[in-house]
Each structure stands twice: as structure tokens, then as C-alpha cells.
Design a protein around this ligand. Structure first.
Ligand code: FES
Length: 118
């Protein structure tokens, strides 16, 4: 694994996300709940630039006719067809879906964010 400089820690913290290019691959660096995550900017559904989507929460699993909104700022919504992805683990939120964002480890060193890639 090699470490590739992707962004400054302060920049991503203040914006919540930044889209960068590392090794000719576009990805989004996200700051969620005090940690950084890097996801490739390609939706597993139909290859939209998913990292350009809105960051929001989602409707939590509940009984019929019960609605509760939660997970604020932890969910990425694809701009093309609205699939929702968990920004912490990359999983598509639909029940029984195996779709997942492709992610990379992010390391923080001296105020800089490095994406780990082979
Ligand atoms: S391309 Fe992302 S939901 Fe369709």
C-alpha cells in the first residue's frame, strides 16, 4: 500500500467533503462523525458521479405508518436515481442489496489526508 496526498484535513472538515483525483481516479473524501472516508466517485448502479450527491439523513426502519428521520449527515444520495449509501461503510441502504461504494483507507498526518492505494 502506498499513501497518496489527497487533501488538507482542515479543508475537508470545513466543507464536509471534497472531490479529488488520486492516481487518475476521482473520489470523494468525506468527514463523518469525526472520521474521514474516501469513496470512488462512481455509483454501483449506473456509474453516476455519486460523490456529487447530497449528504443527508434517511428514514429509519420502523413499523408501517411510523416514520422517523435519523443518521443526519451520514447518508450520500446519488444525484441520478437517488440510491442512498452509508458514508461510513459504503453500503447501499436498500434491504437485500449487495451494492456498495468502493472505498479506500484515509490516513491523517500533519494536517494532511492521505489515501491508501496499491
Ligand atoms: S446511477 Fe446512482 S442511483 Fe442510479
Amino acid at each position: 500500500m502506498n499513501a497518496y496526498l489527497a487533501a488538507s484535513e482542515d479543508e475537508v472538515k470545513s466543507l464536509g467533503k471534497k472531490i479529488v483525483v488520486v492516481k487518475n481516479m476521482e473520489m470523494g473524501i468525506f468527514y463523518v462523525g469525526g472520521s474521514f472516508y474516501a469513496w470512488r466517485n462512481v455509483c454501483p448502479h449506473a456509474a453516476a458521479p455519486v460523490c456529487k450527491g447530497l449528504i443527508n439523513g434517511t428514514t429509519l426502519p420502523k413499523d408501517v405508518y411510523e416514520y422517523e428521520f435519523g443518521r443526519e449527515n451520514q447518508i450520500l444520495r446519488c444525484p441520478w436515481h437517488g440510491w442512498e449509501f452509508d458514508l461510513v461503510n459504503g453500503h447501499h441502504l436498500a434491504p437485500d442489496s449487495n451494492a456498495k461504494l468502493r472505498g479506500f483507507e484515509v490516513k491523517v498526518e500533519d494536517g494532511q489526508l492521505y489515501v491508501m492505494m496499491s
